[in-house]
Design a protein around this ligand. Sequence first.
Ligand SMILES: CC(C)(COP(=O)(O)OP(=O)(O)OC[C@H]1O[C@@H](n2cnc3c(N)ncnc32)[C@H](O)[C@@H]1OP(=O)(O)O)[C@@H](O)C(=O)NCCC(=O)NCCS
Length: 172
Amino acid sequence: MSCVLETTRLQLRPCQIEDIQLLYTLWTNDRVRYFLFDNRVISVDEARSHVEDSLANFERHGYGVWLIFERSIDLVIGFAGFLPSEEGTPSLIYGVHPDRWGCGYATEAASAVLIYALEKLALPKVRADVDEPNIASVRVLEKSGMRRRGRAVVNGHPLLYFEKSRSPDPES
Ligand SMILES: CC(C)(COP(=O)(O)OP(=O)(O)OC[C@H]1O[C@@H](n2cnc3c(N)ncnc32)[C@H](O)[C@@H]1OP(=O)(O)O)[C@@H](O)C(=O)NCCC(=O)NCCS
């Protein structure tokens, strides 16, 4: 099964070891890291560990982290994918370089990886946890067809929980 995904404007391909520096730069950008890593500046070693985990996850589960390329100029503009969870439902993550915010790219990429997970991998369900103040990300989840399932305050941070199931949602 090909893990390279194509949309109208984007190509997504699984991140590789040689992408560590690029992802490190993106993940430590002050506007990208704010909600993604609770504003923490991660180390290169931590970035490497995330990329290695992604490679292992593609081998084991068929999903991981994809780089997002803007096809017209063959430029990396972000990442999207899934993290495995202990209870088995993968968790959606994504980020786009601030230069490209507001163009609909995160929604286009999120939709592509959701279709891949739910239709190609035939996973029953995926989830996403989002910081409530991360309005753009909440909007991306809504536009990608995910449904809000709950809210909790964890360590003082309000979080919203979203899900999307493979089978048609009886409530929709
Ligand atoms: C969240 C993020 C991925 C959105 O990327 P993007 O490519 O700009 O997203 P899109 O253009 O597809 O959609 C953004 C939506 O949020 C809306 N939005 C953005 N900021 C907003 C704000 N302050 N108030 C209300 N709506 C807002 C946009 O108008 C758009 O909705 P619309 O199409 O209905 O107008 C980007 O901001 C990002 O990379 N943030 C840092 C990483 C992160 O927080 N990731 C999520 C946690 S894993």
